[in-house]
Write a protein of this length. Sequence first.
Length: 124
Amino acid sequence: MNCCCGDTQTINLIFACSGAANTRYPADTISRLIMKREMSSMTCLAAMGAELSGFIESAKASEKNIVIDGCPVACGKKIFIRHDIPFEHFMMTDFGVQKGVTPITEAVITDTAAEIQSRLCAIL
Ligand code: SF4
């Protein structure tokens, strides 16, 4: 999986669900893979939820915000809506990862990461 955007000057931020459910693990791991491929910098969703002003201002200034939630409770999506900050949204359960059911294997992470990266390449 290689980066296809090639624009490391663009400031995109990625925010990952870091909950307790199994769906958290691929959300977090895929976010780190996307960051390593220089498509985005990773920052803290919990800090946004805690209303920390520096993080909120960074999200407002970001070219694109990418939010990867674990499940339909969609904590990250709700935080961004509350702050009226635009974002691209992905949710692990939309990729067949069932909350509390799906074992998180390397294949689950690799396949889901490839799909998300492909979608990001179309929008970044
Ligand atoms: S999005 Fe779902 S898995 Fe992630 S923190 Fe919220 S409730 Fe937990």
